[in-house]
Design a protein around this ligand. Structure first.
Ligand code: AP5
Length: 219
């Protein structure tokens, strides 16, 4: 199953992509996680991506497309993938279509997770992330709270640099200008699956699963 997750910053794409990957036994590929790992390791890619990420802007298409093409060519993607944070522009969507076609494959679903803007801002401001494995917690929504160490791997919990209010506003503007047009793009291709993301994570997962397995409404 070849799936892309769409939605604004804070919609819960990452949260649900991890669960879907576990459910279907296919890899979760997050371009944001790949960039953050490269920033942490001080690679050339990390240095180039960092300036855009810190400003809340999208990293240029050519940088992103190359890393996704490389990642999708690996063996573990043969039976499918959950792409989280890619594509984010129409040019990236076209590039994805081409790279799949080269392998005789195509996209099955584009899941759009819808959440009102005031909820997005609350979720992002409350998000805490594990520096080691990228697991997400939330000071507003997790009953147990984020704690000081990751419950998955024991890693350090921190607040992402791009989760500060001013940067979040810029990320939302970038989303509206460059990524939201993908909703119509995938609707016109018959691949759009609209899901209400303003519900507890288990309910959102159920809605996505229904949409992927045929009992949910297409967009
Ligand atoms: P990226 O890491 O992809 O960030 P994003 O799209 O802004 O998405 P987020 O990680 O903020 O949100 P999410 O939807 O995954 O929500 P999450 O599950 O964490 O990208 C970062 C940067 O990298 C970009 O700004 C750009 O610079 C660059 N980049 C990456 N990909 C790129 C590309 N393709 N092209 C160009 N540039 C690119 O949830 C958020 C919070 O809410 C968490 O705390 C979570 O615990 C909580 N939560 C989740 N679901 C629920 C729920 N149902 N109820 C209550 N709380 C919930």
């Amino acid at each position: 199953m070849n799936v892309v997750m769409l939605g604004p910053p804070g919609a819960g794409k990452g949260t649900q992509a991890v669960r879907l990957a576990g459910l279907y036994g296919i890899p979760h590929i997050s371009t944001g996680d790949i960039f953050r790992e490269n920033v942490r390791e001080g690679t050339e890619l990390g240095r180039r991506a960092r300036e855009y990420m810190e400003r809340g802007e999208l990293v240029p298409d050519e940088l992103v497309i190359e890393i996704v093409a490389d990642r999708l060519s690996r063996e573990d993607c043969r039976s499918g993938f959950i792409l989280d944070g890619f594509p984010r522009t129409v040019a990236q969507a076209e590039a994805l279509k081409d790279m799949l076609a080269e392998r005789g494959r195509s996209l099955d679903h584009a899941v759009n997770v819808e959440v009102p803007e005031e909820v997005l801002v609350k979720r992002i401001s409350g998000r805490r992330t594990c520096r080691e494995c990228g697991a997400n917690y939330n000071v507003h929504f997790d009953e147990e709270g984020p704690g000081e160490a990751c419950r998955e791997c024991g890693g350090e919990i921190y607040q992402r640099e791009d989760d500060l209010e001013e940067t979040v506003r810029r990320r939302l503007r970038e989303y509206r200008a460059k990524t939201a047009p993908l909703i119509d793009h995938y609707r016109s291709e018959g691949l759009l699956r609209q899901v209400d993301g303003n519900a507890p994570p288990d309910e959102v997962l159920r809605a996505i699963k229904n949409a992927l397995e045929g009992s949910g409404a297409a967009g």
